[in-house]
Design a protein around this ligand. Structure first.
Ligand code: 5AD
Length: 347
């Protein structure tokens, strides 16, 4: 298909070109085929695994879509201790994980002192591992301290790059401008930066998605995480329909063609909306999976959306079956840190 070929060659398209690929159901198969070819050219069949440790489900924010929002009083809250976190990473290390993603709500107890101590201890114990943080918006000084402590990467999805849409998904205390400021600061500090957005969030238009692609063209992130919006019963968005699976998969392919070297996960949300969601994501250009290393008794509490998969292959116990599923899909789990800086080779 002509547009797919142009996107592969130019790594960008006109707004109208993007609009067609985002909206057209028939574009999915040729897009996935081209994206998979690009991914195989750059990364072969390698799939990188990242051990996800969900630090806390306390959050000061009130994002209307998110199940761990401060206003959700129905949720039982937890936070892991430093010892819990180190124990999770030890278990992950033994299983072969060499990247740990420490993710959490914006819990005021995640102070710089706490996080830098955890990062330093983790790095001291596992000097061959990369540490990724995903703990939301913080000050430039805070990011700088985390970087100095040894954190390598930072994930902060921009969620939507259209100001007016951002304001419909978040309360007034939050702004797209601040989110962008954080992302640029993280880049300046030398973090490998990941961003991304939800597909099918309430009121999202195709123009909004095109703006997301344009923002990522500016940011040039090392990692890009996207997944379908999934409703959560105890949020203001409980009544909205879930995001479209096939559209999400098409966007993964578009992102692979735009950013051949990016690390793109087949996300938990993709695996939640469809049983074969992650395999479909891999076949469409994704090259990362993030199994859950959190203690099993707290996993059910990190509920960003309803029905989040919380047992089986996405957990560390299921790593064997996950490896098999990925092998059956024609790919191979590798356990090295997977250096996002391969982008530097590609001028
Ligand atoms: N549906 C899908 N994704 C969600 N996230 C938060 N809430 C939801 C939801 N209801 C995503 C956000 C956030 C990431 C950690 O999870 O994009 O950045």
């Amino acid at each position: 298909m002509q547009l797919t070929e142009t996107l592969r060659r130019e790594r960008t398209l006109s707004d109208e070109g993007f609009r067609y690929l985002i909206e057209s159901e028939t574009a999915g198969a040729p897009l996935a085929e081209a994206a998979d070819a690009v991914r195989r050219h750059v990364y072969g069949t390698d799939v990188y695994i990242r051990g996800l440790i969900e630090l806390t489900n306390y959050c000061r924010n009130n994002c209307y879509y998110c199940g761990i929002r401060a206003g959700n009083t129905a949720l039982e809250r937890y936070r892991l201790t430093k010892d819990d976190i180190l124990a999770c990473s030890r278990e992950g290390y033994a299983l072969g994980f060499r990247t740990f993603v420490l993710q959490g709500g914006e819990d005021p107890r995640l102070t710089d002192a706490f996080l830098t101590d955890v990062v330093r201890s983790l790095k001291a114990e596992h000097p061959d591992c990369a540490v990724t943080l995903s703990v939301g918006e913080r000050s430039a000084e805070s990011y700088s301290r985390l970087r100095e402590a040894g954190a390598d990467r930072y994930l902060l999805r921009h969620e939507t790059a259209t100001d007016e849409h951002y304001r419909r998904l978040h309360p007034d205390s939050m702004s797209l401008q601040n989110r962008k400021t954080c992302l640029w600061e993280l880049k300046r500090l030398g973090f490998q930066v990941g961003s991304g957005f939800m597909v099918g969030s309430p009121w999202q238009t195709t123009d909004n998605l095109i703006a997301d692609l344009r923002f990522l063209e500016q940011l040039q992130p090392d990692m890009i995480g996207i997944g379908p919006f999934l409703h959560h019963a105890d949020t203001p968005f409980a009544g909205f329909p879930d995001g479209d699976f096939e559209r999400t998969v098409r966007l993964i392919s578009i992102l692979r063609l735009m950013f051949p070297y990016a690390l793109i996960p087949a996300t938990t949300a993709l695996g939640t909306i469809r049983p074969d969601g992650r395999e479909r994501g891999l076949a469409a250009g994704a090259n990362v999976v993030m199994p859950n290393l959190s203690p099993s008794d707290v996993r059910r509490l990190y509920t960003l959306y309803d029905n989040k998969i919380a047992t089986g292959a996405e957990g560390s116990e299921g790593l064997g079956s996950l490896r098999r599923r990925i092998a059956d899909a024609g790919y191979r789990v590798v356990t090295d840190v997977g250096n996002a800086r391969r982008t530097a080779d590609c001028t």
